[in-house]
Ligand binder design. Structure first.
Ligand SMILES: Cc1cc2nc3c(=O)[nH]c(=O)nc-3n(C[C@H](O)[C@H](O)[C@H](O)COP(=O)(O)OP(=O)(O)OC[C@H]3O[C@@H](n4cnc5c(N)ncnc54)[C@H](O)[C@@H]3O)c2cc1C
Length: 384
């Protein structure tokens, strides 16, 4: 077994108990349905309620809003364990809700907004999405063009978002809009847009993450009341930046979790499958490949945990988080490709977990900031 213990800093006994309980819940309640949900290109909304009933939609949120009163380390355990669902799409839908849609409300929302959105989100009664990307603005966030015009009592929104996780099912979309005519970072604001009149979603079909509803969302003369302005007017870029570190750490943790499971399963397969009169792992080429893969999992874990440790200590570990995101997402995809190769023809078949895992892992170097953007950030951080 690869199971190098997770029980080292930053995690404690308490986190390890949480890990075992989350793992049991996922293996019992979610993993058995994963293949069906992938085939349906949808997992039921009720999954949010089921996960909420375990306290898992509010691990890091205060108990006054229905959360568990934990912190980012508790949430980190969940990020790693979600790989055991065996459906990147289901993990993505749950993860978008807890790791990118609700954090801005928690950090920047008024108490009234928290009561209206965070409380039902933690209870799994209302589902959230984060809408930043547009057809003409992805990596270059500052060039977004969805407009919010001021009117009596609020704003009227027109524009289009795309590639939005939970984009079909979300009850509310934490949406980046332009609130001034000038370009650049300064005229961006955030509005919490309720699904309703003028909000149109259309599902997109993807290489992986099949169970998640990624969508284009068009806003056509959508009225958003003043009390749904999140944070300060024209200061939305700060809000985008505020959660990027956590989003990228969550992705790195997810990759570490997925790599760990994939290595364990592939090593087991190599111990059992025979070719030319011996186990696959009895062939040096395969044994060395598995040794390299274990080294990669360990390196990704160490770099990610180091960034996490700094993050929870209150440092601003821009460089370390960026490196963890860059390293783990590409390494995860490469490891999945090696796992698939070791499975031979079986690896290409839908009934084997690895076919899906390899497709799901391809998103990592694109989502949450591409590899190229990570390198640009590092270029600046390293004064290049
Ligand atoms: C499945 C999925 C789910 C997603 N979920 C969400 C979501 O919930 N909410 C949301 O807002 N967004 C979401 N996204 C969008 C995601 O964040 C963007 O796809 C990503 O940021 C890249 O933007 P883009 O697709 O517009 O590519 P572009 O920015 O157009 O980039 C195209 C290519 O050019 C490269 N490139 C761009 N700029 C530079 C540069 N300066 N130097 C070198 N290379 C560069 C990029 O790295 C990339 O390789 C999701 C995307 C996917 C695929």
């Amino acid at each position: 077994m690869l199971s190098m213990s997770n029980l080292h800093p930053p995690f404690s006994d308490e986190h390890e108990q949480l890990r075992q309980s989350i793992r049991g819940f996922i293996e019992r309640e979610l993993a058995p349905q994963a293949a069906q949900w992938e085939q349906d290109e949808w997992f039921p909304d009720e999954v949010f309620g089921k996960v909420a009933a375990q306290g898992l939609l509010g691990l890091k949120y205060p108990s006054e809003y229905g959360g568990q009163g934990g912190d980012y380390l508790h949430e980190s355990v969940l990020c790693e364990e979600m790989a055991r669902i065996g459906s990147g799409g289901t993990a993505a839908g749950l993860g978008a809700h807890t790791n990118i849609a609700t954090p801005p409300i928690w950090k920047f929302g008024t108490d009234e907004q928290k009561q209206r959105y965070l409380v039902p989100a933690i209870a799994g009664e209302r589902i959230g999405a984060l809408g930043i990307t547009e057809p003409g603005a992805g990596s270059d966030v500052a060039s977004l063009s969805t407009r919010a015009e001021r009117v009596d009592g609020g704003f009227v929104v027109n524009g289009e978002k795309t590639y939005i996780t939970n984009g079909v099912r979300a009850h509310f979309i934490v949406t980046a809009v332009k609130t001034t005519a000038d370009g650049g970072h300064h005229g961006i604001s955030f509005l919490i847009v309720d699904r309703g009149e003028g909000v149109f979603s259309s599902a997109l079909h993807k290489l992986g993450w099949h169970a998640s509803d990624t969508a284009t969302i068009a806003f056509s003369d959508v009225f958003v009341p003043e009390q749904n302005l999140l944070g300060e007017l024209n200061e939305g870029f700060k809000l985008i930046m505020a959660n990027f570190q956590w989003e990228r750490l969550a992705m790195a943790l997810g990759a570490v979790g997925a790599m760990t499971v994939a290595w364990e399963r592939t090593a087991q397969f190599a111990r059992e499958r025979e070719a030319f009169g011996r186990r696959l792992s009895g062939h040096q080429a395969i044994r060395h490949k598995l040794a390299d893969m274990a080294t990669s999992v360990y390196a990704c874990r160490c770099v990610t945990y180091d960034a996490l440790r700094r993050f929870v200590a209150g440092e601003e570990p821009l460089k370390e988080v960026t490196m963890a995101k860059l390293l783990t997402q590409r390494a995860c995809f490469e490891l999945m490709d090696e796992c698939l190769q070791i499975h031979g023809g079986a690896g290409y078949m839908q009934e084997y977990w690895v076919e899906r895992a390899a497709r799901d892992a391809r998103l990592g170097p694109i989502g949450g900031g591409t590899d190229e953007i990570m390198r640009e950030i590092l270029g600046r951080a390293l004064a290049l």
